[in-house]
Design a protein around this ligand. Structure first.
Ligand code: GDP
Length: 425
């Protein structure tokens, strides 16, 4: 199919980067349509191992055009660092293979500062922000106080706009938080320095997508985070400030008139979650430690240890539904190989009742997990490349999950390397 979105079904970190890296070979254009440098995709390939926070994962593939859409928020300092790390490793990044939407919103140092100030004010009630300025900058977007990447192309307009936004912003920084204001001179020299580095890539991403589509090019939309972090449909307020849903992909890319035909939902063989908020199937103590170690569950952007637990069918079913997934890629199956029995959270108990539908976010914290187990396979499956060669117990687990979530599994990933997967026949 000509258009495809790869999206997270759960809390993020499902291994989307790895799936995009794999599928990008079949697509001509790869677009990131929401979020900023608050999450990371980890990609391992012939150039090395990279945590990509902003650059689309298709950047490693020759001939692929990579786009940061208007739904993203871009920190020019961070992005130029990412570009430098990749170009140092031999990856070619030019205006021919990388485009930043002129309508993408810029993250300034004052957004990062405000994120930290607000988390400190919230103290023990903090949202678990990554403190990259993402919530403040999306807030500005909806307050109509954002500065767009395209303004870098018009320095005099940018200067006047930045001056007026900063006057307004400093009111909050000084009067609400009692912190030091940001001077215009400091912000101007910052944007002059880092804006210059990203300027060659800025243009109308809608043109790139529409012209591409007209000439028969296929488009892959790459989401950050997962369905449960969606600002509208996620576990509010423990969510992101954007829409990681497939339905938002065309809007956040620059061409709202291009429909998504195929939606690959990425599900991890167990659950993980970064930051605060209800995480019903959570494991604690040595069981959690073992799973975290086995899966290397430490944040790609922040290095924070992730919360872990068994696969959560209630949350996953909800994620499949709101993403409109047409197929599933199940990742990290190899991580479960050490377990005698594979735990599964198949329902919740809420106010004395067993529920299978994902509860309303305001009462989610009251839900308790209901666990079951299936037999483990206790053998290393990381070298398996054919579905039929997976142990019967592994196939039983996959097929059980598939039935429960009501969506076909088409890829089973058994390792982080590009070729470490089986296609479901
Ligand atoms: P994303 O944000 O959804 O792309 O996920 P992350 O990059 O944060 O997390 C995925 C991590 O798991 C990365 O370190 C990947 O290299 C790794 N990974 C992905 N798929 C597999 C797999 O099937 N097995 C193993 N062992 N690791 C995997």
């Amino acid at each position: 199919m000509k258009t495809c979105a790869i999206v997270g079904i759960n809390w993020g970190d499902e291994g989307k980067g790895r799936m995009v890296d794999l599928l990008a070979q079949d697509y001509d254009i790869v677009v990131r349509y929401q979020g900023g440098n608050n999450a990371g995709h980890t990609v391992i390939n012939e150039f090395g191992k990279f945590a990509l926070n902003l650059l689309p994962s298709g950047i490693f593939r020759k001939g692929v055009i990579n786009v940061l859409g208007n739904g993203t928020v871009v920190n020019p300092e961070h992005l130029s660092g990412e570009i430098r790390r990749l170009t140092d490793a031999g990856v070619s990044i030019t205006p021919e293979n990388f485009v930043i939407s002129d309508r993408a919103v810029l993250v300034f140092p004052y957004h990062v500062a405000l994120d930290g100030l607000e988390e400190s004010r919230l103290a023990d009630k903090a949202y678990g922000s990554t403190k990259r300025g993402i919530a403040p900058v999306y807030g500005d977007k909806y307050m109509k106080k954002a500065i767009h990447a395209g303004e870098i192309l018009y320095p005099e307009k940018l200067k006047a706009h930045l001056k007026s936004v900063l006057n307004w912003k400093n009111l909050t920084i000084e009067k609400v938080y009692g912190s030091e204001p940001f001077t215009f001179e400091a912000m101007w020299s910052w944007i002059e320095e880092f804006g210059a580095k990203i300027k060659p890539f800025i243009r109308d991403s809608g043109d790139v997508l529409r012209n591409g589509k007209a000439s028969g090019k296929s488009i892959l939309f790459e989401a950050q985070l997962g369905a449960l972090r969606d600002i509208d449909y996620g576990i509010y307020p423990y969510c992101s400030s954007s829409n990681p849903l497939a339905a938002y992909a065309p809007v956040g890319s620059g061409a709202p008139d291009i429909a998504v035909e195929r939606v690959v939902g990425v599900v991890k063989a167990y659950s993980s979650c970064v930051g605060e908020g209800p995480f019903t199937a959570e494991y604690f103590g040595p069981e959690a430690e073992r799973l975290r170690e086995a899966g290397g569950e430490y944040g790609a952007a922040t290095g924070r240890p992730r919360r872990v637990g068994p696969i959560d069918l209630v949350a996953t079913r909800y994620g499949v539904k709101v993403q409109g997934a047409t197929e599933i890629a199940l990742t990290k199956m190899d991580v479960l190989s050490y377990m005698d029995e594979i735990p599964i959270c198949h329902a919740y108990e809420l106010n004395g009742e067993i529920v299978r539908d994902f509860p309303y976010h305001a009462v989610l914290a009251d839900a308790k997990p209901v666990f079951m187990t299936m037999p483990g396979w206790k053998t290393d499956i990381s070298g398996v490349r054919r579905y039929e060669e997976l142990p019967k117990e592994a196939r039983d687990y996959i097929e059980f999950v598939e039935k429960e979530i009501g969506c076909r599994m088409s890829y089973i990933s058994v390792g982080p390397e590009r070729d470490a997967y089986c296609v479901r026949p």
